[in-house]
Design a protein around this ligand. Structure first.
Ligand SMILES: Nc1ncnc2c1ncn2[C@@H]1O[C@H](COP(=O)(O)OP(=O)(O)O)[C@@H](O)[C@H]1O
Ligand SMILES: [Mg+2]
Length: 305
């Protein structure tokens, strides 16, 4: 059973369509990334999935429950980290977590061990007894994740979890999210306007643009170009004869050469044949790679408007 099943979701604010005709499935244990520029409708989508705002049209089921008709069941199973998570700034990290545990009906003696475990999971054991007022944005986000995990959710939704965090801190946080999925078997949905971060951790991505999902799939699926595979190589000692040989390889549809750089368009994976041809011609293969994912191109095309 999919964790998220949304069909034809739409939301208008005073006639302005913030989200339109959005269809989305997220499977168990997936890390799904909702990628899109500011204002593309990511937060509105998340609020509809959570039942925090009512869709103007369409239907949603989260873990088999309708968030509009059955918000309690959804709330019990789903952890949500909003873009700007609020804490009691004068309380310590540990006190804030204890407070959340109480709100979730967990008694202090039962929550104690769990809180220690979560503080260490998010790397805040050293700072556990400091008031949250002294925390950086990154530390707050990590505390936010601990907060979300208190009730052992099956599914967590993180809205721009890395926003306002320096790149190094962002990578740490993202790695933590993957680790959390791996060890707890949770399903994760996160939103971001940063392509590279999403690419780093997400199994599947939906690209949002003006309220709709314009492309959806695995990074590999979205990265595949229409014309097939590309290969880029750098060769020392290149000769016209070698270029001719590469061009005529079975599976190579086009070749462009510029100095020691050669770009091939291919209909299949010909890396082994290419490497052999270079070596057989007495040249040296300095580099052989598949160039950057076309996902970037897709994203930029929508982003640049
Ligand atoms: N409560 C609201 N009232 C009116 N317009 C809103 C409201 N929330 C969002 N919007 C508008 O809907 C669009 C999508 O916003 P949002 O879902 O926050 O996008 P994102 O999270 O991708 O930045 C934006 O144009 C935004 O201005
Ligand atoms: Mg948002």
């Amino acid at each position: 059973m999919p964790v998220v099943e949304a069909q034809g979701l739409a939301k208008s604010y005073n006639g302005f369509p913030a989200v339109r005709d959005l269809t989305l499935d997220i499977e168990e244990r997936e890390i799904f990334g909702l990628l899109g520029p500011n204002g593309s409708g990511k937060t509105t989508t998340i609020l509809m999935l959570l039942g925090l705002t009512e869709p103007s049209a369409g239907s949603v089921e989260i873990c088999g429950h309708d968030p509009v008709r059955d918000p309690i069941s959804v709330k019990r199973r789903v952890g949500y980290l909003p873009e700007n998570v609020g804490f009691y700034d004068d309380l310590t990290a540990r006190e804030n977590l204890r407070f959340v545990a109480r709100l979730n009906g967990i008694r202090d003696r039962d929550s104690k061990r769990k809180i220690d475990e979560l503080l260490s999971l998010v790397g805040l054991e050293e700072a556990a007894d400091r008031p949250v007022r002294t925390f950086s944005r990154g530390m707050r986000q990590r505390l936010g994740i601990a907060d979300v995990l208190i009730k052992d959710p099956e599914f967590v939704i993180l809205d721009e979890p890395t926003s306002g965090i320096d790149p190094e801190g962002a990578i740490k946080l993202l790695d933590m999210i993957v680790e959390m999925r791996n060890s707890r078997g949770m399903t994760v949905m996160l939103s971001s306007h940063l392509l590279h971060q999403v690419q780093r951790v997400c199994d599947r991505v939906g690209i949002m643009h003006r309220g709709g999902i314009v492309a959806q799939g695995t990074i590999d699926e979205l990265g595949g170009t229409d014309e097939g595979e590309k290969l880029e190589l750098r060769v020392r000692g290149i000769t016209p004869l070698l270029l001719e040989r590469l061009r005529s390889l079975d599976g190579v549809s086009d070749l462009q050469a510029d100095g020691e750089r050669v770009r091939l368009s291919c209909t299949r994976d010909v890396r082994a044949q290419v490497a052999r041809a270079v070596v057989e011609h007495g040249a040296e293969l300095l580099e052989l790679r598949r160039p950057g994912l076309a996902l970037e191109d897709i994203y930029l095309r929508y982003f640049q408007e």
